[in-house]
Design a protein around this ligand. Sequence first.
Ligand code: DI6
Ligand code: FE
Length: 398
Amino acid sequence: MTKVLLTDLTVATMDAAEGYGLIENASILLEAGRILWVGPAGECPAAHATAPRQSLGGRLVTPALIDCHTHIVFGGNRAREFEMRLNGASYEEVARAGGGIVSTVGATRETDEDGLLAAALTRADALIAEGASTIEIKSGYGLDRASELKMLRVARRIGQMRPVRVRTTYLGAHATPKGMDRDAYIDEVCIPTLNAAHAEGLVDAVDGFCEGIAFDTAQIGRVFDRAVELGLPVKLHAEQLSNIGGTKLAARYGALSADHVEYANDDDAAALAASGTVAVILPGAFYTIRETKAPPVAAFRTHGVPMAVATDWNPGSSPLGSLLLAMNMACTLFRLTPAEALAGTNRNAARALGLNDTGVIRAGLRADLAVWNVKEPAELSYGIGINPLHSRFFSEEA
Ligand code: DI6
Ligand code: FE
């Protein structure tokens, strides 16, 4: 990309500890996929004044959005199960009909790589259409070596086929395959599969589901120990349905993020603050499972825990394909401010993925920008089911 001076815009740089870092009548100079300069139009250095200009017609520019927690590679869907439950079926009846996470594992194992890719691309496209430049994608519906590797390969291919950066997360410790013992699964399948996936260069981070219905802290700890040996960062689904110590475990391992965290307490928030771990808020799952315990947002603020917001897009607990709607829900359900919700889908989402070159508009960082047909940043969280994206700039640079 040659030099271009974006003019006639308002920018929310998000390059501030609080608020939007708003500059009205701003200009942004881009070159070769990088931000060269940003500031008030009147202060643009003379050396840049001759660069080709592109007027943005008074629109708002923010960092491009980042969905830092998704499970968008999966086979089938669970609409039937949703319908059965609303027609009065009990949990047992749904399970007997093959519902729940095992049904997605079955469908994911049965679908070949191209089939999984075609479905996942439509989901990635929906996120891109709302201004996303970076998407995290987890495995975790394969639960055997071949199927977990297949999911991660599909995730990598999305990043090659679309103008979007994909960060892959190995979530082998998501559930136990039918008929297998949890400890045996962790030691004989999950960890060996992590080794294989890492050897193929398919893993950017390692995640787990720490919950009574999934894995305890000792089991997750064994997976994390291997991640540390491989030099991979960790993150954790923690305290979603109960408090069993996942958040403190994540903090002990210096995790990039602890996700869900509805049942986290004040001590957990202090631990996250001390380890610099991001709390990822996932209102789509809270809404879908009709949870009533909200995450401890006030404690996160008091202790200075950075908060991110993501879709958790998955076929079971969060079939939510809109990051803008996740922002709205974070505000309405959890009382995040619109500035916190926006930081949650750019600056803090980048941090939850260990990325320090995107998520903020600052000289030297990637030219990942979203241009919106709105006047003020609060409109992005305020609308429900409205997509005001005008255009997007994506830094192709490796
Ligand atoms: N937490 C969740 O809410 C989902 N996974 C997880 O770790 C549930 C996934 C599913 O039901 O398919
Ligand atoms: Fe999740």
